[in-house]
Design a protein around this ligand. Structure first.
Ligand SMILES: [Zn+2]
Length: 198
């Protein structure tokens, strides 16, 4: 199996999913892309959109502990990948309900984050400010635990850079933990290369 290269414009596919023919490599918009000559089709390798919620109660933010790979046992904001037919808002409300048991309403956009450290693929995470309107807090099928954390309780083992960066944006200097990666992740997002490790 071809090793996945998240920063590469080439996807991991070797065969065309439509005709099963071998894919060649072509150049499109100045980047190499997989191409099926028989179908005359370029296969773009784009990030996968995800959505989730920033839910605050008494200055504590709701996090869930991952039950499944990757990053089993690590914590994230409640979030997940969009189904093909969903809007980001529907996805965020559904994922929060599935992972935490809470019904929510969306109050507004919190932020949009690039996820470049997921071993499966790169992601684009849309986070909303959300308010719980009902339900019972309980971890769902794909969460071990769901609970609220204050700034000084945030665990060090947050699973993904996008979530670390969002927590930095939320709590800023009040966080007790500090991660080296969010600044470089942000630099990648904005194209600024002031950091030493970019
Ligand atoms: Zn084809």
């Amino acid at each position: 199996m071809t090793e996945h290269q998240p920063f590469h414009s080439l996807g991991p596919w070797v065969y065309c999913p439509l005709c099963a023919g071998g894919l060649s490599i072509t150049e499109s918009e100045e980047l190499p892309r997989r191409f099926c000559a028989r179908c005359d089709r370029v296969y773009y390798h784009n990030p996968v959109p995800a959505a989730g919620g920033v839910i605050i109660v008494d200055n504590r933010v709701l996090l869930v502990q991952r039950k499944f790979r990757p990053r089993v046992g690590e914590w994230t904001l409640p979030a997940g990948f969009l189904e093909y037919f969903e809007t980001p808002e529907h996805c965020a409300v559904r994922e929060v309900a599935e992972e935490t048991g809470l019904a929510t309403r969306i109050d507004g956009l919190f932020g949009v984050y690039a996820g470049h450290d997921d071993p499966r693929f790169t992601a684009l995470l849309v986070l909303y400010r959300m308010t719980a309107t009902g339900g019972q807090l309980a971890p769902g099928d794909d969460a071990r635990e769901a609970r609220f954390f204050s700034a000084d309780e945030i665990p060090e083992n947050i699973a993904f850079l996008a979530h670390k960066t969002a927590l930095c944006d939320l709590f800023g200097g009040s966080l007790k933990v500090s991660w080296a990666e969010p600044d470089s992740a942000r630099a990648r997002m904005t194209g600024k290369t002031g950091g030493s490790d970019v």
